[in-house]
Design a protein around this ligand. Structure first.
Ligand code: ADP
Ligand code: MG
Length: 310
């Protein structure tokens, strides 16, 4: 089968011409019309088989997660997702793999209003690159560099679920419902947009663990963060794991949760009561992230939880 037919069959029907997508898949370039007055937020991530996922992982899971992690970056900026480019290489044409791969991301893509407007397809080692573009109202973006002493620190959702699920799988246990948190993270797109519109100026998505990612905010903002371990939001599964004496490191240093961590004056988030956000600490003058236990003693900072480093 020629590359042309492959693109036609799998990737060409995933955009609708509209006032913004003047021309989608099929020509030398896509032609796009950004809405007047909006800024474009752009992000790209590559996932390589054997490095970011296992080659024998289910292709629909690879399709889902590869798109979800890119959407999470747009969410962390406060952008509204709009357009995607997909570059994919695979060693040989495998129709059932490709079908499952596309079915893995297509629902998420539609839910988030993303149009696949182009890409590249070639033969080689299995690897997937998404480039996403979103729209943002000038001034509503949330930068890593905008945290200020006096801000409170918040996270969405719960922490440690993905890391615990991975840990259980590696130990040969069935993570049950928790597995979804690892394989099908839900990017916090709506939350990100609402936070940006509410005046939150500093945010990051938690892909490498709270301590590491909050550390990026501190470094780029030139300030310090103090986090209270007993305020960290956890799911019933993680709560039980901790009560049974489990290590707290997956909660503070486990990756793959794709929740948002943001800093703001408490006033600016006071009216967002219907959002799943928890206040976990405060931004201070200085540098680095400090973690305190329930008695106010500093806990040793885990390095990126090494189980999850590879
Ligand atoms: P060219 O050689 O001019 O780059 P290609 O044959 O690579 O053209 O691509 C033809 C069209 O198909 C282009 O519009 C391109 O954006 C699109 N395309 C190729 N691969 C993909 C893909 N994986 N997903 C979406 N669109 C794709
Ligand atoms: Mg090409």
């Amino acid at each position: 089968m020629a590359e042309f037919e492959l693109i036609q069959d799998y990737f060409s029907g995933l955009s609708q011409p509209d006032s913004q997508v003047v021309l989608g898949v099929g020509d030398d370039c896509a032609l796009l019309q950004p809405p007047a007055g909006k800024r474009l937020a752009m992000t790209m991530d590559t996932l390589i088989a054997g490095r970011h996922f296992l080659s024998d992982e289910h292709p629909s899971g690879i399709g889902y997660k590869s798109l979800a992690v890119n959407l999470s970056d747009l969410a962390a900026m406060g952008a509204q997702p709009a357009w995607a480019l997909l570059s994919i290489s695979f060693p040989q044409i495998d129709h059932s793999w490709l079908e499952a791969f596309v079915s893995g991301f297509v629902t998420l893509m539609r839910e988030q209003g993303v149009q696949l407007v182009g890409g590249d397809t070639c033969q080689g080692a299995l690897s997937i690159t998404w480039q996403l573009t979103g729209f943002i109202e000038p001034g509503q973006e949330m930068r890593r560099s905008a945290a200020r002493p006096g801000d409170a620190i918040y996270v969405t959702g719960t922490l440690g679920d993905a890391a615990l699920a991975l840990e259980m799988k590696r130990a040969g246990q069935d993570p049950g419902e928790l597995e979804q948190r690892l394989t099908r993270p839900v990017p916090r797109v709506e939350e990100g947009r609402r936070l940006g519109a509410a005046g939150v100026r500093s945010c990051i998505d938690i892909s490498d663990g709270l301590v590491a990612d909050l550390g990026h905010i501190c470094k780029q903002s030139g300030c310090a963060a103090r986090v209270h371990l007993n305020r960290l939001p956890v799911s019933p599964w993680v709560r039980q794991y901790l009560q049974e004496g489990g290590d707290f490191r997956p909660v503070v240093a486990g990756g793959d949760d794709y929740e948002l961590c943001f800093t703001a004056s408490p006033d600016s988030v006071a009216h967002l009561q219907d959002m799943p956000v928890t206040r976990i600490g405060e931004i201070l003058p200085g540098e680095g992230v400090e973690l305190l236990d329930g008695s106010g003693n500093a806990l040793p900072l885990p390095p990126a939880w090494e189980h999850f480093a590879s």
